[in-house]
Write a protein of this length. Sequence first.
Length: 428
Amino acid sequence: MFKKVPGTRDILPQEVSRWQNIEEISRRVFTIYNYQEIRSPVIEEALLFNRSLGDSTEIVQKQMFLTKSAKSTYALRPEGTASVARSYIENNLNKTQGFVKLYYIGPMFRLERPQKGRLRQFHHLGCEVIGSVEPLTDVEIISLADNLLEAFSIADYQIHLNSLGCSKDKKELARIIHKGLKDKLSKLCADCRRRLKINILRVLDCKNKTCQEVVRKLNIHDEHLCLQCKNNFEKIKEGLDLLKIDYHINPFLVRGLDYYTGTVFEITHKQLGAQDALGAGGRYDNLIKELGGTQAGAIGFAFGIERLLLVSNPKPQTSNPKLVYIIPLGEKARIEGSKLLDNLRKAGIASDTDYEGKSLKGAMRRANDLGAKYVVIIGEDEIKKSVVTLKDMESGEQREVRQNDIVRELQNKSQIPNHKSQTNPNIK
Ligand code: HAM
């Protein structure tokens, strides 16, 4: 028997309503903030991620799903920002639209060691604003993340905020870290000793306890920031204060992707355990130019949908709250039933029938399990009288309705606009 690949999940029908709920809420909130959806391919040239995320990042070094063709190496996208940046440049969105606000929902792939909240195929709910360096965009992005969480009814999360500053400031930060750690190499883990040479900022968020003790003693605040970056960071904090958004300044927050400059943030939730980030994001003002576009400031974030679902309360399963279930009893009734089913569906009424030839009792039980609102019974008696028996499953009330009237009656009960049935000549 085949099993799913480790680190992947089947999203079964009973869970799908929770996914749809998250997706619907997101689309509504993104639209309120005037973001438009973008759908980019799941495969990209691997080099796009080497260039964007950085050759020395863990994702590029160890976690990409790669496949080679005669000319190129392709990767299953490990994240969405690089793809959106590529698409922005390739489709000349800078010329046609300039400033863009985009969102995306879709699967991402990282060859990680699976554990709770860490998968090899997971889903991002993310957004990117390209074409602005204005600090108020940072405020909008963080407030959007905050409002999304509120709309998902998720509470008790923490927003951690930092500014890495511009490229020059990042170099200065690297210098400060190097100076502070050069005598303490023996106390650092092997990974951090390697990071010191190739990706020094990552030393700051090493998860190793001993490294953390050493690193937390470093005197790091905002000395690495130039005047402009310091002013921008102040404006962002003021903007968040004005909107009463709670955040914690964390000078050790650096994030694992090289493209970040300026603001970086991470949203954590204690309930998640070791993998505690619900989502994260930040500015990447140099990426578009580095990928061959014109200079364009940009900022975005992504939530991991699986992690959102781990901390949001399961919604009761309301599979199809207005379902009409038809129970035909006998061969003739089966034909009448299938005609009625077709008419109901054409009239926009969610409906289904028993295809298994169940007894009345068995079919009623099935209707009940499905959470049907109404049951329509068609037996020999009903056919003779040109009626059906309509049962309200909530009240238990049962009565006969003329065959010709049943679609209209159910339509009125479901309050479905009946423009379709009026104009659809197929409805008999
Ligand atoms: P990231 O921090 O790598 O950022 O991913 C964002 C979120 O995706 C994480 O906070 C986490 O919730 C979820 N996530 C990441 N890896 C996994 C995994 N293996 N399994 C389950 N969930 C995972 C980015 O990808 C950036 N592109 C975010 C961004 C957008 N920055 C600017 N714009």
